[in-house]
Design a protein around this ligand. Structure first.
Ligand code: FES
Ligand code: FES
Length: 158
């Protein structure tokens, strides 16, 4: 099988690996780097559970070829908190607001929300709802997720 070299930064770690040419970024994260936070729900760009940030922008890692991520800075849910295992304000808010049920959608939701609040720290409810409209949750009904993201956004203002 033809392998290609891929270098990128994942959660502040430099990664230099050879992977099969057809591999996606999600394959790299889960199979090679054992970062299993990003989930494969649909595998075809519909559910958002595989969302990670690439150079600050949310991407569907199931649709992103590993080759496309060359040279990129990738942030996954494993890198979201602080170095001492401190939770990111978004993670804390998800816990406090009860925004997690089965948890399958949660890593993707968190990364989508992170991208939103990084670019719009004072996002409105409408903006939050629009931002997560591509992230499917089968459990929560979304209300608590929206509440949690708004809560984290208000904390970032203080
Ligand atoms: S697994 Fe990537 S969008 Fe569903
Ligand atoms: S918490 Fe189960 S899919 Fe969202």
């Amino acid at each position: 099988m033809k392998k290609i070299p891929v270098s990128m930064t994942v959660n502040d770690d430099e990664v230099d690996i050879y992977v099969p040419a057809h591999w996606t970024l999600l394959d790299v994260l889960r199979e090679e780097l054992e970062l299993t936070g990003a989930k494969e729900g649909c595998g075809e760009g519909v559910c958002g559970s595989c969302t990670v940030l690439m150079d600050g922008h949310p991407v569907r890692s199931c649709l992103t070829l590993a080759a496309e991520a060359r040279g990129a800075r990738v942030l996954t849910v494993e890198g979201l908190g602080g170095p001492g295992m401190e939770l990111d304000p978004l993670q804390q808010a998800f816990i406090e607001k009860g925004a997690v049920q089965c948890g399958f959608c949660t890593p993707g939701m968190l990364m989508t929300a992170k991208a939103l609040l990084d670019s719009k720290p004072e996002a409105t409810e409408q903006e939050v709802r629009e931002a997560i409209s591509g992230n499917i949750c089968r459990c929560t009904g979304y209300a608590k997720i929206v509440e949690a993201i708004l809560d984290a956004s208000h904390k970032s203002e203080t």
